[in-house]
Design a protein around this ligand. Sequence first.
Ligand code: SF4
Length: 367
Amino acid sequence: KRHEHEAEPLAPRRITRQLNVGGVLVGGGAPVSVQSMTTTRTSDIGATLQQIAELTATGCQIVRVACPTQDDADALKVIAKKSQIPVIADIHFQPKYVFAAIDAGCAAVRVNPGNIKQFDDRVGEIAKAAKDAGTPIRIGVNAGSLDKRLLEKYGKATPEALVESALWEASLFEEHDFRDIKISVKHNDPVVMVNAYRQLSQACDYPLHLGVTEAGPAFQGTIKSAVAFGALLSEGIGDTIRVSLSAPPVEEVKVGNQILESLGLRERGLEIVSCPSCGRAQVDVYTLAEQVTAGLEGLPVPLRVAVMGCVVNGPGEAREADLGVASGNGRGQIFVKGEVIRTVPESQIVETLIEEAVRLAEEMGAE
Ligand code: SF4
């Protein structure tokens, strides 16, 4: 259900083939899903499952685990079975782990054709195993590991090179009548990445996994990903997303969820509309916004809460929100659904907002 404040969608979603990744539908109009990747040694089953549990609790819908060794491949079976969300095995270099991952019951397998030796010769076998098990494959092309042949042809990882690589690999699977494919063409430069995905979306109807690879530390990576995903998703391109940050993976999931919420592609949870503060502010807006955010975290209903520093835009925004405060003269006017319900001293603003939010949440939950 669309929140009453949410605008019309930016663009119709591009129609893609639909895949079932361990129960999460990807493409074909399914909601855009958020993925992340564990940072533990996959062979450390306990630590990996613990991190998957944390990711699940943060709203991650699909998780990928690296599989660089036989020990990791051996761990996949238990991890795939015990994870609360679908597990994708990430395979580089060694085709034998693709078969191990399929046998282990992974929800999908990501292959990087650019660095799997003799990949082209083994596609038939991979396609057969994947088809028999009903396991989708992600063809994950990366600028940093582009096929040598294409690197020579284009000189560097251009959008055209990334797309040609992905479509070539897809065509090998198609020859074996295998089409349960999703594709990514990642680059660390959002401009190249956006152009690559635009071209790819014109050239095929496979669902697309969006990612800016090696996006950097949290601040830079968040902005690069938000800008690139925003550009593509606002054109209807993209079926599942992974934000790559040099930061703990739960941060990737929070950013991914926030991007989807910002674009109206996912029901908004708690939304704090707080002003940046300025010379007119009559209250410490930063602290107030932080305290309200912390106090309301995890509230299970969409709620827009306005925290405004003065009476210029304050009453207007606070009135538009489900709940809000406009501060002035050491007091806060508390608004609920557009009505001032009371005026409290500054020291009671936070507790009053939290109290009213919980009451509203109960009402909404009871609807
Ligand atoms: Fe400044 Fe008031 Fe606007 Fe906040 S609401 S930015 S304090 S004018």
